[in-house]
Write a protein that binds this ligand. Structure first.
Ligand SMILES: Cc1ncc(COP(=O)(O)O)c(C=O)c1O
Length: 472
Protein backbone atom coordinates (compact mmCIF):
# COMPACT_ATOMS: atom_id res chain seq x y z
CA UNK A 1 0.00 0.00 0.00
CA UNK A 2 1.47 3.42 -0.81
CA UNK A 3 0.88 6.84 0.65
CA UNK A 4 -2.04 7.69 -1.58
CA UNK A 5 -4.11 4.77 -0.33
CA UNK A 6 -7.39 5.85 1.17
CA UNK A 7 -8.48 5.43 4.75
CA UNK A 8 -11.34 3.25 3.39
CA UNK A 9 -8.83 0.73 2.02
CA UNK A 10 -6.91 0.77 5.27
CA UNK A 11 -10.14 0.26 7.26
CA UNK A 12 -10.90 -2.79 5.06
CA UNK A 13 -7.50 -4.26 5.73
CA UNK A 14 -7.86 -3.62 9.45
CA UNK A 15 -11.27 -5.37 9.41
CA UNK A 16 -9.47 -8.46 8.06
CA UNK A 17 -6.94 -8.11 10.84
CA UNK A 18 -9.73 -7.73 13.43
CA UNK A 19 -11.37 -10.98 12.29
CA UNK A 20 -8.21 -12.80 13.42
CA UNK A 21 -8.04 -11.08 16.82
CA UNK A 22 -10.12 -11.55 19.99
CA UNK A 23 -12.15 -8.96 21.89
CA UNK A 24 -9.84 -6.93 24.12
CA UNK A 25 -6.74 -7.54 21.96
CA UNK A 26 -4.69 -4.44 21.30
CA UNK A 27 -4.25 -3.24 17.72
CA UNK A 28 -0.79 -2.20 16.52
CA UNK A 29 -0.03 1.40 17.49
CA UNK A 30 -0.61 4.25 15.02
CA UNK A 31 3.13 4.40 14.44
CA UNK A 32 3.26 0.68 13.63
CA UNK A 33 0.27 0.97 11.29
CA UNK A 34 1.87 3.92 9.50
CA UNK A 35 5.01 1.88 8.99
CA UNK A 36 3.35 -1.40 8.09
CA UNK A 37 0.79 -0.04 5.64
CA UNK A 38 2.94 2.86 4.42
CA UNK A 39 0.26 5.48 4.98
CA UNK A 40 0.16 8.87 6.68
CA UNK A 41 -1.09 9.56 10.21
CA UNK A 42 -4.29 11.21 8.92
CA UNK A 43 -5.20 8.05 6.98
CA UNK A 44 -4.67 5.94 10.10
CA UNK A 45 -6.71 8.37 12.22
CA UNK A 46 -9.58 8.29 9.72
CA UNK A 47 -9.57 4.49 9.41
CA UNK A 48 -9.54 3.98 13.20
CA UNK A 49 -12.31 6.56 13.62
CA UNK A 50 -14.44 4.69 11.05
CA UNK A 51 -13.90 1.37 12.85
CA UNK A 52 -14.70 3.02 16.21
CA UNK A 53 -17.88 4.54 14.78
CA UNK A 54 -19.09 1.11 13.66
CA UNK A 55 -18.29 -0.33 17.12
CA UNK A 56 -15.52 -2.67 15.92
CA UNK A 57 -12.79 -1.10 18.06
CA UNK A 58 -12.54 1.13 21.11
CA UNK A 59 -9.80 3.68 21.54
CA UNK A 60 -8.44 4.43 25.01
CA UNK A 61 -6.59 7.74 25.03
CA UNK A 62 -2.99 7.30 26.09
CA UNK A 63 -3.27 3.50 25.95
CA UNK A 64 -4.16 2.38 22.43
CA UNK A 65 -6.89 0.89 20.26
CA UNK A 66 -8.54 -2.40 21.23
CA UNK A 67 -10.87 -4.92 19.58
CA UNK A 68 -14.38 -4.19 20.92
CA UNK A 69 -16.27 -6.73 23.00
CA UNK A 70 -18.72 -8.44 20.67
CA UNK A 71 -22.32 -7.57 21.41
CA UNK A 72 -25.11 -10.15 21.25
CA UNK A 73 -26.04 -8.57 17.94
CA UNK A 74 -22.64 -9.44 16.46
CA UNK A 75 -22.68 -13.03 17.71
CA UNK A 76 -26.06 -13.93 16.29
CA UNK A 77 -26.51 -14.61 12.61
CA UNK A 78 -27.21 -11.12 11.26
CA UNK A 79 -30.85 -10.50 10.32
CA UNK A 80 -31.41 -9.77 6.64
CA UNK A 81 -32.79 -6.22 6.69
CA UNK A 82 -31.87 -5.44 3.09
CA UNK A 83 -35.58 -5.22 2.18
CA UNK A 84 -35.69 -1.99 4.24
CA UNK A 85 -33.38 -0.28 1.77
CA UNK A 86 -36.06 -0.70 -0.88
CA UNK A 87 -38.99 0.10 1.43
CA UNK A 88 -37.43 3.26 2.89
CA UNK A 89 -36.69 4.83 -0.55
CA UNK A 90 -35.47 8.43 -0.21
CA UNK A 91 -33.98 9.62 3.05
CA UNK A 92 -36.55 11.66 4.99
CA UNK A 93 -34.30 12.44 7.95
CA UNK A 94 -30.71 13.45 7.42
CA UNK A 95 -29.06 10.86 9.65
CA UNK A 96 -25.65 12.37 8.95
CA UNK A 97 -26.57 15.69 10.55
CA UNK A 98 -28.48 14.13 13.44
CA UNK A 99 -25.87 11.56 14.48
CA UNK A 100 -22.58 12.16 16.23
CA UNK A 101 -20.28 11.55 13.23
CA UNK A 102 -17.61 9.63 15.14
CA UNK A 103 -19.93 7.71 17.48
CA UNK A 104 -19.75 7.80 21.28
CA UNK A 105 -16.32 8.90 22.53
CA UNK A 106 -14.14 6.37 24.36
CA UNK A 107 -13.81 6.64 28.15
CA UNK A 108 -11.35 9.35 29.17
CA UNK A 109 -12.14 11.60 26.20
CA UNK A 110 -12.37 15.30 27.09
CA UNK A 111 -15.73 16.61 25.88
CA UNK A 112 -15.41 19.82 23.89
CA UNK A 113 -18.08 19.01 21.32
CA UNK A 114 -21.16 19.25 23.52
CA UNK A 115 -23.92 21.83 23.35
CA UNK A 116 -24.76 21.53 27.05
CA UNK A 117 -23.09 22.62 30.28
CA UNK A 118 -21.17 20.34 32.64
CA UNK A 119 -23.16 18.85 35.51
CA UNK A 120 -21.27 21.03 38.00
CA UNK A 121 -22.79 24.11 36.26
CA UNK A 122 -26.37 22.77 36.31
CA UNK A 123 -28.85 23.62 39.09
CA UNK A 124 -29.38 19.91 39.71
CA UNK A 125 -30.39 20.18 43.37
CA UNK A 126 -33.11 22.75 42.63
CA UNK A 127 -34.31 20.67 39.66
CA UNK A 128 -34.53 17.44 41.64
CA UNK A 129 -36.41 19.09 44.51
CA UNK A 130 -38.82 20.82 42.11
CA UNK A 131 -39.49 17.61 40.19
CA UNK A 132 -40.12 15.66 43.41
CA UNK A 133 -42.63 18.30 44.54
CA UNK A 134 -44.28 18.38 41.11
CA UNK A 135 -44.72 14.60 41.15
CA UNK A 136 -46.53 14.78 44.50
CA UNK A 137 -49.22 17.21 43.27
CA UNK A 138 -52.68 15.60 43.06
CA UNK A 139 -53.00 16.63 39.39
CA UNK A 140 -49.43 15.55 38.51
CA UNK A 141 -50.48 12.79 36.11
CA UNK A 142 -53.54 14.50 34.61
CA UNK A 143 -53.57 15.77 31.06
CA UNK A 144 -51.81 19.11 30.67
CA UNK A 145 -53.35 21.89 28.54
CA UNK A 146 -52.27 21.54 24.89
CA UNK A 147 -50.60 24.97 24.89
CA UNK A 148 -48.81 24.29 28.17
CA UNK A 149 -49.42 25.03 31.85
CA UNK A 150 -50.71 28.63 31.91
CA UNK A 151 -48.41 29.81 34.72
CA UNK A 152 -45.36 28.57 32.76
CA UNK A 153 -46.58 30.31 29.60
CA UNK A 154 -46.92 33.49 31.69
CA UNK A 155 -43.29 33.24 32.85
CA UNK A 156 -42.05 32.68 29.26
CA UNK A 157 -44.09 35.69 28.06
CA UNK A 158 -42.55 37.84 30.81
CA UNK A 159 -39.01 36.73 29.89
CA UNK A 160 -39.58 37.64 26.22
CA UNK A 161 -41.01 41.06 27.14
CA UNK A 162 -42.62 43.57 24.77
CA UNK A 163 -46.37 43.05 24.38
CA UNK A 164 -46.14 39.23 24.29
CA UNK A 165 -49.04 37.62 26.20
CA UNK A 166 -49.23 34.13 27.76
CA UNK A 167 -51.69 33.15 24.99
CA UNK A 168 -48.90 33.76 22.44
CA UNK A 169 -46.78 31.00 24.04
CA UNK A 170 -46.82 27.28 23.20
CA UNK A 171 -44.80 25.03 25.51
CA UNK A 172 -42.64 22.46 23.67
CA UNK A 173 -40.28 19.63 24.58
CA UNK A 174 -37.15 21.78 24.19
CA UNK A 175 -35.84 23.89 21.33
CA UNK A 176 -35.33 21.10 18.80
CA UNK A 177 -38.99 20.13 18.99
CA UNK A 178 -39.96 23.81 18.66
CA UNK A 179 -37.85 24.17 15.50
CA UNK A 180 -39.28 21.04 13.97
CA UNK A 181 -42.86 22.21 14.70
CA UNK A 182 -42.20 25.68 13.31
CA UNK A 183 -40.63 24.50 10.04
CA UNK A 184 -43.42 22.01 9.36
CA UNK A 185 -46.14 24.50 10.25
CA UNK A 186 -44.81 27.39 8.17
CA UNK A 187 -43.59 26.00 4.86
CA UNK A 188 -44.65 23.23 2.50
CA UNK A 189 -42.39 20.50 1.08
CA UNK A 190 -39.91 21.76 -1.50
CA UNK A 191 -39.93 25.37 -0.24
CA UNK A 192 -36.66 27.23 0.27
CA UNK A 193 -35.66 28.35 3.78
CA UNK A 194 -32.96 30.97 4.23
CA UNK A 195 -30.43 30.03 6.91
CA UNK A 196 -27.36 31.71 8.31
CA UNK A 197 -24.09 30.29 7.05
CA UNK A 198 -22.74 28.66 9.18
CA UNK A 199 -25.61 27.50 11.37
CA UNK A 200 -26.76 24.83 13.85
CA UNK A 201 -26.61 21.44 12.02
CA UNK A 202 -29.70 20.00 13.67
CA UNK A 203 -31.71 22.98 12.49
CA UNK A 204 -30.55 22.08 8.97
CA UNK A 205 -31.61 18.50 9.67
CA UNK A 206 -35.05 19.67 10.87
CA UNK A 207 -35.40 21.85 7.76
CA UNK A 208 -34.62 18.90 5.52
CA UNK A 209 -36.81 16.49 7.53
CA UNK A 210 -39.71 18.90 6.88
CA UNK A 211 -39.01 18.53 3.15
CA UNK A 212 -37.64 22.07 2.92
CA UNK A 213 -34.51 23.28 1.18
CA UNK A 214 -31.93 25.31 3.16
CA UNK A 215 -30.39 28.26 1.29
CA UNK A 216 -27.34 29.76 3.05
CA UNK A 217 -26.91 33.51 3.64
CA UNK A 218 -23.50 34.73 4.91
CA UNK A 219 -22.73 36.13 8.35
CA UNK A 220 -20.01 38.56 9.35
CA UNK A 221 -18.83 39.79 12.76
CA UNK A 222 -22.10 41.77 13.17
CA UNK A 223 -24.31 38.79 12.34
CA UNK A 224 -26.46 38.05 9.31
CA UNK A 225 -25.86 40.42 6.36
CA UNK A 226 -29.10 42.28 5.52
CA UNK A 227 -27.93 43.17 1.96
CA UNK A 228 -27.34 39.49 1.14
CA UNK A 229 -30.60 38.58 2.83
CA UNK A 230 -32.59 40.90 0.58
CA UNK A 231 -30.91 39.34 -2.48
CA UNK A 232 -31.58 35.83 -1.22
CA UNK A 233 -35.29 36.53 -0.64
CA UNK A 234 -35.55 38.06 -4.11
CA UNK A 235 -33.71 35.20 -5.82
CA UNK A 236 -35.42 32.27 -4.10
CA UNK A 237 -38.88 33.62 -3.30
CA UNK A 238 -38.41 32.16 0.20
CA UNK A 239 -41.06 32.97 2.81
CA UNK A 240 -39.02 31.82 5.79
CA UNK A 241 -35.72 32.78 7.42
CA UNK A 242 -34.15 30.79 10.27
CA UNK A 243 -31.64 32.77 12.36
CA UNK A 244 -30.05 33.05 15.79
CA UNK A 245 -29.62 36.77 16.48
CA UNK A 246 -28.05 36.32 19.94
CA UNK A 247 -24.83 34.31 20.59
CA UNK A 248 -25.17 32.44 17.33
CA UNK A 249 -24.19 28.76 17.24
CA UNK A 250 -21.46 28.17 16.10
CA UNK A 251 -19.89 31.64 15.66
CA UNK A 252 -21.09 33.36 18.86
CA UNK A 253 -21.97 36.54 16.93
CA UNK A 254 -24.65 38.94 18.13
CA UNK A 255 -26.75 40.70 15.51
CA UNK A 256 -26.33 44.47 15.99
CA UNK A 257 -29.33 46.61 16.95
CA UNK A 258 -29.24 48.32 13.54
CA UNK A 259 -29.23 45.00 11.69
CA UNK A 260 -32.05 43.61 13.86
CA UNK A 261 -34.27 46.40 12.53
CA UNK A 262 -33.03 45.93 8.96
CA UNK A 263 -33.60 42.19 9.00
CA UNK A 264 -37.15 42.57 10.23
CA UNK A 265 -37.76 45.22 7.54
CA UNK A 266 -36.35 42.97 4.78
CA UNK A 267 -38.42 40.01 5.99
CA UNK A 268 -41.60 42.10 6.15
CA UNK A 269 -40.98 43.51 2.68
CA UNK A 270 -40.62 39.93 1.40
CA UNK A 271 -43.77 38.72 3.19
CA UNK A 272 -41.65 36.20 5.09
CA UNK A 273 -41.59 34.71 8.56
CA UNK A 274 -38.46 34.89 10.72
CA UNK A 275 -37.85 31.91 13.00
CA UNK A 276 -35.75 33.46 15.77
CA UNK A 277 -33.86 30.72 17.64
CA UNK A 278 -33.13 32.35 20.99
CA UNK A 279 -31.59 29.22 22.51
CA UNK A 280 -28.81 31.16 24.29
CA UNK A 281 -30.79 33.94 26.05
CA UNK A 282 -29.63 32.71 29.48
CA UNK A 283 -26.03 32.07 28.38
CA UNK A 284 -24.72 35.66 28.33
CA UNK A 285 -21.28 36.13 29.86
CA UNK A 286 -22.32 39.01 32.08
CA UNK A 287 -22.95 41.93 29.71
CA UNK A 288 -26.38 43.18 28.58
CA UNK A 289 -28.36 40.62 26.55
CA UNK A 290 -30.15 42.18 23.53
CA UNK A 291 -33.94 42.15 23.34
CA UNK A 292 -35.33 39.32 21.27
CA UNK A 293 -36.64 40.22 17.80
CA UNK A 294 -40.14 39.06 18.77
CA UNK A 295 -40.38 41.75 21.46
CA UNK A 296 -40.34 44.43 18.73
CA UNK A 297 -42.45 42.55 16.20
CA UNK A 298 -45.70 44.37 15.51
CA UNK A 299 -47.38 42.13 12.97
CA UNK A 300 -46.60 38.50 13.67
CA UNK A 301 -43.56 38.07 11.39
CA UNK A 302 -41.39 36.56 14.11
CA UNK A 303 -41.74 33.01 15.43
CA UNK A 304 -39.57 32.88 18.52
CA UNK A 305 -37.96 29.70 19.88
CA UNK A 306 -36.60 29.41 23.40
CA UNK A 307 -35.44 26.55 25.60
CA UNK A 308 -34.33 25.80 29.16
CA UNK A 309 -32.07 22.86 28.37
CA UNK A 310 -28.91 24.94 27.95
CA UNK A 311 -28.96 27.04 31.14
CA UNK A 312 -30.54 24.27 33.26
CA UNK A 313 -29.90 20.67 32.13
CA UNK A 314 -30.28 18.69 28.88
CA UNK A 315 -33.10 16.58 30.34
CA UNK A 316 -35.19 19.55 31.39
CA UNK A 317 -36.72 19.27 27.96
CA UNK A 318 -38.90 22.35 28.20
CA UNK A 319 -38.93 25.08 25.58
CA UNK A 320 -41.46 27.37 23.97
CA UNK A 321 -42.65 28.84 20.71
CA UNK A 322 -43.87 32.44 20.80
CA UNK A 323 -45.94 33.77 17.88
CA UNK A 324 -49.10 35.63 16.94
CA UNK A 325 -51.81 35.04 14.38
CA UNK A 326 -52.76 32.01 12.28
CA UNK A 327 -49.20 30.64 12.41
CA UNK A 328 -49.73 29.92 16.13
CA UNK A 329 -52.91 27.98 15.33
CA UNK A 330 -50.95 25.88 12.84
CA UNK A 331 -48.14 25.23 15.30
CA UNK A 332 -50.64 24.20 18.02
CA UNK A 333 -52.17 21.76 15.55
CA UNK A 334 -48.75 20.27 14.69
CA UNK A 335 -47.99 20.01 18.41
CA UNK A 336 -51.22 18.04 18.97
CA UNK A 337 -50.52 15.74 16.03
CA UNK A 338 -47.03 15.03 17.37
CA UNK A 339 -47.72 14.10 20.99
CA UNK A 340 -50.56 16.16 22.53
CA UNK A 341 -48.64 17.99 25.27
CA UNK A 342 -45.42 18.09 27.30
CA UNK A 343 -45.28 15.91 30.44
CA UNK A 344 -46.96 17.86 33.22
CA UNK A 345 -44.50 17.24 36.10
CA UNK A 346 -41.67 18.51 33.92
CA UNK A 347 -43.60 21.70 33.13
CA UNK A 348 -44.40 22.21 36.82
CA UNK A 349 -40.76 21.62 37.79
CA UNK A 350 -39.58 24.09 35.13
CA UNK A 351 -42.11 26.63 36.40
CA UNK A 352 -40.87 26.31 39.97
CA UNK A 353 -37.20 26.59 39.00
CA UNK A 354 -37.75 29.56 36.68
CA UNK A 355 -39.91 31.44 39.19
CA UNK A 356 -37.53 31.00 42.12
CA UNK A 357 -35.22 33.92 43.09
CA UNK A 358 -32.33 31.44 42.88
CA UNK A 359 -32.81 31.20 39.08
CA UNK A 360 -31.42 34.71 38.51
CA UNK A 361 -28.51 33.91 40.82
CA UNK A 362 -27.90 30.71 38.88
CA UNK A 363 -27.92 32.52 35.51
CA UNK A 364 -25.50 35.15 36.85
CA UNK A 365 -23.03 32.62 38.23
CA UNK A 366 -23.32 30.50 35.09
CA UNK A 367 -22.49 33.61 33.03
CA UNK A 368 -19.39 34.30 35.14
CA UNK A 369 -18.23 30.68 34.84
CA UNK A 370 -18.76 30.73 31.05
CA UNK A 371 -16.85 34.00 30.65
CA UNK A 372 -13.89 32.63 32.62
CA UNK A 373 -13.87 29.35 30.71
CA UNK A 374 -14.11 31.17 27.39
CA UNK A 375 -11.03 33.26 28.27
CA UNK A 376 -9.09 30.18 29.42
CA UNK A 377 -9.94 28.35 26.19
CA UNK A 378 -9.01 31.30 23.97
CA UNK A 379 -5.65 31.73 25.74
CA UNK A 380 -4.88 28.00 25.53
CA UNK A 381 -5.73 27.93 21.80
CA UNK A 382 -3.48 30.90 21.10
CA UNK A 383 -0.64 29.11 22.86
CA UNK A 384 -1.13 25.54 21.56
CA UNK A 385 -2.46 26.20 18.05
CA UNK A 386 -0.74 29.44 17.03
CA UNK A 387 -1.51 28.89 13.33
CA UNK A 388 -5.29 28.84 13.97
CA UNK A 389 -7.48 31.91 14.51
CA UNK A 390 -10.22 32.42 17.07
CA UNK A 391 -12.72 34.31 14.92
CA UNK A 392 -13.96 36.54 17.74
CA UNK A 393 -14.30 36.32 21.51
CA UNK A 394 -18.01 35.68 22.11
CA UNK A 395 -19.94 37.57 24.79
CA UNK A 396 -22.31 34.66 25.34
CA UNK A 397 -22.88 31.01 24.52
CA UNK A 398 -20.88 27.84 24.98
CA UNK A 399 -18.39 27.73 22.09
CA UNK A 400 -15.50 29.28 20.23
CA UNK A 401 -15.30 29.17 16.44
CA UNK A 402 -11.76 28.50 15.30
CA UNK A 403 -10.45 28.96 11.75
CA UNK A 404 -7.85 26.30 10.99
CA UNK A 405 -4.51 26.96 9.33
CA UNK A 406 -4.54 26.61 5.53
CA UNK A 407 -4.35 23.03 4.30
CA UNK A 408 -5.80 21.42 7.46
CA UNK A 409 -8.94 19.33 6.91
CA UNK A 410 -11.43 19.77 9.77
CA UNK A 411 -12.81 16.21 9.64
CA UNK A 412 -9.32 14.70 9.59
CA UNK A 413 -8.27 16.85 12.53
CA UNK A 414 -11.45 15.94 14.43
CA UNK A 415 -10.71 12.22 13.94
CA UNK A 416 -7.06 12.70 14.96
CA UNK A 417 -8.19 14.66 18.04
CA UNK A 418 -10.40 11.72 19.06
CA UNK A 419 -7.33 9.53 18.84
CA UNK A 420 -5.57 11.93 21.17
CA UNK A 421 -8.52 11.88 23.61
CA UNK A 422 -10.42 15.09 22.92
CA UNK A 423 -13.76 15.51 21.13
CA UNK A 424 -14.34 18.67 19.08
CA UNK A 425 -16.81 19.42 16.27
CA UNK A 426 -15.79 19.64 12.61
CA UNK A 427 -16.85 23.00 11.17
CA UNK A 428 -18.08 21.58 7.86
CA UNK A 429 -21.17 20.17 9.63
CA UNK A 430 -22.37 23.75 10.18
CA UNK A 431 -22.63 24.66 6.50
CA UNK A 432 -25.60 23.85 4.28
CA UNK A 433 -23.26 23.82 1.26
CA UNK A 434 -19.49 23.97 0.66
CA UNK A 435 -17.64 25.51 3.63
CA UNK A 436 -15.59 28.58 2.60
CA UNK A 437 -12.78 27.56 5.02
CA UNK A 438 -11.98 24.84 7.54
CA UNK A 439 -13.14 25.50 11.11
CA UNK A 440 -13.66 23.73 14.41
CA UNK A 441 -16.34 24.51 16.96
CA UNK A 442 -14.78 24.10 20.39
CA UNK A 443 -16.96 24.06 23.49
CA UNK A 444 -15.82 25.36 26.86
CA UNK A 445 -18.89 24.50 28.96
CA UNK A 446 -18.99 20.70 29.15
CA UNK A 447 -15.56 20.06 30.67
CA UNK A 448 -15.21 19.54 34.42
CA UNK A 449 -12.91 22.52 35.02
CA UNK A 450 -10.22 24.81 33.63
CA UNK A 451 -7.53 22.13 33.97
CA UNK A 452 -9.49 19.76 31.77
CA UNK A 453 -10.09 22.57 29.30
CA UNK A 454 -6.38 23.34 28.90
CA UNK A 455 -5.52 19.64 28.75
CA UNK A 456 -8.11 19.27 25.96
CA UNK A 457 -6.43 22.04 23.99
CA UNK A 458 -3.01 20.47 24.59
CA UNK A 459 -4.34 17.19 23.10
CA UNK A 460 -5.84 19.09 20.17
CA UNK A 461 -2.49 20.78 19.54
CA UNK A 462 -0.80 17.36 19.62
CA UNK A 463 -3.35 16.05 17.09
CA UNK A 464 -2.57 18.96 14.78
CA UNK A 465 1.14 18.19 15.11
CA UNK A 466 0.41 14.50 14.28
CA UNK A 467 -1.06 15.68 10.97
CA UNK A 468 1.73 18.11 10.16
CA UNK A 469 3.83 15.83 7.91
CA UNK A 470 0.71 14.88 5.95
CA UNK A 471 -1.16 18.16 5.86
CA UNK A 472 1.55 20.79 6.26
C1 LIG B 1 -28.87 26.83 18.12
C2 LIG B 1 -29.61 25.74 18.83
N1 LIG B 1 -30.94 25.72 18.78
C3 LIG B 1 -31.65 24.77 19.37
C4 LIG B 1 -31.04 23.75 20.06
C5 LIG B 1 -31.90 22.70 20.65
O1 LIG B 1 -31.65 22.44 21.98
P1 LIG B 1 -32.70 21.74 22.93
O2 LIG B 1 -33.59 20.90 22.08
O3 LIG B 1 -31.89 20.94 23.88
O4 LIG B 1 -33.47 22.84 23.57
C6 LIG B 1 -29.64 23.71 20.12
C7 LIG B 1 -28.94 22.61 20.79
O5 LIG B 1 -27.76 22.38 20.65
C8 LIG B 1 -28.91 24.74 19.49
O6 LIG B 1 -27.58 24.77 19.53
Amino acid sequence: MNDSSTSGELADRLRTLLSRLSPGDRLPSSRELIKEYRVGPATVARAIAALAAEGAVVTRPGSGTYVAQRTRHHDEAAADTDWQTVALTDRAVDTHLMAEPLGPPPAGTITMDSGYVHRSLQPTRALSAALARAARRPDAWDRAPAGGVMALRTVFARIVGGSVAPEDVLVTAGGQSALSIAFRAIAGPGSPVLVESPTYPRALAAVRAAGLRPVPVPLDADGLRPDMLADAFAMTGARLLYCQPTYQNPTGTVLTVERRRQILDVARASGAFVVEDDFARHLGHGGPVPRPLVADDRDGAVVHVTSLTKPAAPSLRIGALVARGPVMERMRAVRLVDDFFVTRPLQEAALEVLSSPSWDRHVRSLGTALRERCAVLAAALTQELPGATVTGLPTGGLHLWLRLPPGVDDTVLTAAARQRGVAVSAGSRYFATEPPAAHLRIGFAATADHTELTEGVRRLGAALTDLAPKQG
